[in-house]
Ligand binder design. Sequence first.
Ligand SMILES: Nc1ncnc2c1ncn2[C@@H]1O[C@H](COP(=O)(O)OP(=O)(O)OP(=O)(O)O)[C@@H](O)[C@H]1O
Ligand SMILES: O=P(O)(O)O[C@@H]1[C@H](O)[C@H](O)[C@@H](OP(=O)(O)O)[C@H](OP(=O)(O)O)[C@H]1O
Length: 376
Amino acid sequence: MALARGRHAPIAAARQTIVVPCGAAVEEHRYRGISGSRADPVTGFCVGAILFGGCKQSIRSGEALLLWYASCPFHSFFTVFCFGYFITFAKNMLKAPDHQVAGHQARAGQLGPLVDDSGRFFKPLQDGGRGSKELSFYRSFSSDPRVPKNIRRFFPVFHGTEVVEASDGSGPRAHLVLEDVVSDLKHPSLIDVKIGSRTWYPHASEDYIEKCSTKDKQTTSLLLGFRISGLQVYEGKDSGVWKPSKKQVQSFTSDDVRLVLRKFVSSNPSSNSEPDSAFASLVYGGLNGILAQLHELKAWFEDQTVYNFYSASVLMAYEKDTAQSGQLIAKVKLVDFAHVFEGNGVIDHNFLGGLCSLIKFISEVLSGSIAYFADG
Ligand SMILES: Nc1ncnc2c1ncn2[C@@H]1O[C@H](COP(=O)(O)OP(=O)(O)OP(=O)(O)O)[C@@H](O)[C@H]1O
Ligand SMILES: O=P(O)(O)O[C@@H]1[C@H](O)[C@H](O)[C@@H](OP(=O)(O)O)[C@H](OP(=O)(O)O)[C@H]1O
């Protein structure tokens, strides 16, 4: 099965089809070279050889050569070509994301997502069938006419798959190529909220259900219908980012969740004093704010019976630096679709319930902040 022929086929120059293991499935994916560059290796070799030759010459002939080089229009063209080539090369280098708040991470030799500089997020196809399920979801969702246009913007754009070097050093591995939803934000404040009071899916193994339901009980999932999986809040140039550890996040109680949703929109998140909710109305409120977007999603979930989303997350992000202009960018995206199932005509009550609960909590932060500012 040719997996890289999605609707949004990438613009790769060098294409090669190889067969690599991706979890349980063995399928064909487009290959990106070890360096992570999309550039053609033959062109790379030629450019390298010419540059090498040029260097040797210049050592011998010094300034005279430089003069000769600069005076020829072909050489100017060639210099611009090389410059463009290396810019493209740099843009295609893959690295661990600067702004990831939950999930598996490409750190310390582990398997995790990578990003490039052109706004793409490479998520490795995970083992145990998770990767192939997530890929099936993206492929089906991308071309499903039952999904309304306005709802598509809540999902990362899917650009197909590519085989790149895995971050854990295990060699070439198929990755989903997704839109990097925070690449347009310079200093993103970001929160990942796993939706649903139950994170296990129908027909899962007993061990899996046990593992998930223990976590659901130990966190706020069962009680509130959602749990915070991770977050970071940009505080400012000097103080940087406030990012509670995974251990702290896992121990959040309902009261902590209330507090953290306020800290998320405050200018003093790391302080022990009351969060000031300074950005609450800009981020949560307004026509394009997070609450309005969550309501739009909710309206779809009240209706749609196409998919059931287990263990998926709502990612909420905003850019504090844009607050002064009054044009604050705040966005809501859904991510993590390793456990999405066909809805078969049934409303996704588990997801819908969690979403309603999250909306209620955020509405309270917003009305609290309005009351706070009105009082004084
Ligand atoms: N398309 C994207 N663009 C930018 N960042 C993303 C994107 N998708 C995910 N992330 C970041 O990666 C984190 C983890 O994402 P995701 O839940 O998909 O990974 P995972 O490894 O499957 O997680 P888990 O361990 O919970 O199964 C998110 O919290 C977010 O910070
Ligand atoms: O749903 P899957 O595919 O089984 O993936 C697991 C799921 O996302 C859990 O929520 C997560 O635990 P946390 O929410 O506690 O991060 C766990 O991380 P783990 O491997 O670190 O336990 C993941 O493996």
